[in-house]
Write a protein that binds this ligand. Structure first.
Ligand SMILES: Cc1ncc(C[n+]2csc(CCOP(=O)(O)OP(=O)(O)O)c2C)c(N)n1
Length: 326
């Protein structure tokens, strides 16, 4: 889990650098300070489960097996990325890894995630879906419809909300009159848990229980992970609207530093072992960026392949070689 959180943190730093160098033309979003949420939950999935990560859940992609160089290729708009160069930010998925790409970052994926969970239920497969979203998403209509549907039909799904206190520039108290996301979801009749989202073990334990319940036919759980967005909404946003004291307060709750301490205190890893792991991560990232930059840009002529259903029919070559793993 430490490896996953640190890999996510450092990959996002590297993505930000590429963005500032003008090599990434789309928008880039970071889950800085929120690494424990996708790590502590996705790590519990079985091969046939599915995840629906959102724009601050990079660790879920990594844990499901998407390789760092493929992720860099995606951001750089290269042919070897999961959208083969069609999207320059986080809208990426891979059916091979059972990662469902999100549509809008604002709850549109939640009914889709329900659909995936329903297919497991309908086919009597013992699998679960982990569905991720932010606090702002819970103010959207489709989120409420999806919560109701999931609870009524006892879908095998775990809803993971990262309550990072802001939806773009809107603080939580300006978008809801209740104190917690759990107050919203409990109205639909499902168990709700509120956990310290910067404590990877707390996220792990809550998700473990929720997955057990979902797998055994007990229906969904909503887990509200209390955290803080340690960056702007995206790389272009300086977050001037966030009081500095909040950043200072939450910097002291960094999930990576906290888990390092736990591992050291329990005698599971020494400071030297952690340092070596971090060196390895830095090397892996540089190799991944290099490999991604060696991947070609797609030809303009193939840009519509796989985008519209009939584009394949009109282009026999595309029909013969369907989209790979997307
Ligand atoms: C329908 C729609 N409205 C607005 C946006 C622009 N937008 C993208 S993310 C976002 C805020 C999301 O807030 P939250 O759900 O709290 O997630 P966070 O970014 O804080 O993780 C907004 C307004 C969008 N993508 N789609």
């Amino acid at each position: 889990m430490l490896y996953s959180m640190k890999m996510m943190r450092e990959m996002e730093h590297r993505i930000e650098k590429l963005y500032r160098q003008g090599k990434i033309v789309g928008g880039v979003f970071f889950g800085r300070g929120q690494e424990a949420i996708s790590t502590g939950s996705a790590i519990l999935t079985e091969a046939e489960d599915a995840v629906c990560p959102c724009h601050r859940d990079l660790a879920a992609f990594l844990i499901r097996g998407m390789e760092p160089w493929v992720i860099f290729a995606h951001y750089l708009g290269r042919r070897d990325g999961p959208t083969r160069g069609r999207d320059g930010n986080t809208h990426m998925g891979s059916l091979k890894h059972r990662i469902i790409s999100y549509i809008s970052s604002m709850a549109a994926i939640v009914p889709v995630a329900n659909g995936v969970a329903f297919s497991f239920q309908y086919r009597k497969q013992p699998n679960v879906v982990l569905c991720y979203f932010g606090d702002g998403a819970t103010s959207r209509g489709e989120w409420h419809e999806a919560m109701n549907y999931g609870a009524v039909f006892k879908l095998p799904i775990v809803y993971l909300c990262n309550n990072n206190k802001y939806a773009y520039s809107t603080p939580t108290q300006r978008q809801m009159a209740v104190a917690h996301i759990t107050d919203r979801a409990s109205g639909y009749g499902m168990p709700c848990r509120r956990v310290d989202g910067n404590d990877v073990l707390a996220v792990y334990e809550a998700t473990q229980e929720a997955i057990l319940q979902a797998r055994s036919g007990g229906g969904p759980t909503l887990i509200e992970c209390e955290t803080f967005r340690m960056s702007g909404h995206s790389a272009h946003d300086g977050a001037e609207y966030v009081p500095k004291e909040l950043f200072e307060e939450w910097a002291g709750k960094c999930p990576i530093a906290r888990f390092e301490k736990v591992l050291r205190e329990r005698g599971l890893l020494t400071a030297e072992e952690i340092a070596r792991m971090y060196e390895r991560i830095a090397e892996e990232i540089e190799q991944a960026v290099q490999r991604a930059e060696e991947s070609p840009f797609p030809d303009a002529g193939e840009l519509l392949d796989g985008v519209f259903a009939d584009s394949q029919a009109k282009n026999p070559q595309a029909a013969a070689s369907p989209a790979k793993g997307n």
